[in-house]
Ligand binder design. Structure first.
Ligand code: GAR
Length: 200
């Protein structure tokens, strides 16, 4: 069984998509063992509770130094002994210690077609604002492995989504979530659970 730990920061719609596909038996032999949020008020924690999944908050604000936060974050992960860490809208930079220890076992969902609109400063709504500003006609989402860079790890799945005339950033964000993110994030988990993802 593939033990999954999900890291969240906000609304948790991607977490919800994972929970629902898992409950529907579409994620193979998997279990969500813990949800970690850096934000105590994240609605994602409520979603975890409603699904009977343990949710914990590890906030940088609760620690005197970044180093102390990193230690606490790593312990919160280690305690759950996950096989796969899923960053589902987690807006904190992953500490090097965690990347090293869980190399090739951390995946992230990013709301654009990498390498467009990614890297430092591109997260959440900002990604869609930049896509509309540039006037692209197609955008989408990407699931990739996490390495030391920002959005630079090997790509697992991508899905394209059309931009519509007059889209606001919020409308585009919702369409990218509905048509791409909520499909490819669970899809990538399923592929990993089935042993179908190999790094060359
Ligand atoms: C999602 O759109 C996700 O792709 C994005 O944050 C949102 C979280 O929504 N992640 C990033 O921008 C990471 N760089 P959710 O909490 O409803 O799943």
């Amino acid at each position: 069984m593939l033990k999954i730990l999900v890291c969240v920061s906000g609304g948790g719609t991607n977490l919800q998509a994972i929970i629902e596909k898992q409950a529907a038996g579409e994620l193979g032999d998997t279990k969500i063992v813990r949800v970690i949020s850096n934000n105590a008020n994240a609605y994602a924690l409520e979603r975890a509770r409603n699904a009977g999944i343990e949710g914990v908050c590890v906030s940088p604000k609760a620690y005197e130094s970044r180093e102390d936060f990193h230690k606490a974050f790593l312990s919160a992960i280690d305690e759950a002994a996950p096989d796969l860490i899923v960053l589902a809208g987690f807006l904190v930079v992953i500490p090097k210690e965690v990347i090293q220890k869980y190399r090739n076992r951390i995946i992230n969902i990013h709301p654009s077609l990498i390498p467009a609109f990614c890297g430092t400063g591109y997260y959440g709504l900002k990604v869609h604002e930049a896509a509309l500003e540039r006037g692209v006609k197609v955008t989408g989402a990407t699931v990739h492995f996490v390495d030391e860079g920002t959005d630079t790890g090997p790509i697992i799945l991508q899905k394209a989504v059309y931009v519509c005339e007059g889209d606001t950033p919020q409308e585009l964000q919702l369409r990218v979530m509905q048509e791409a993110e909520w499909e490819i994030l669970p899809g990538a988990i399923r592929l990993i659970a089935e042993g179908k993802v190999q790094l060359g």
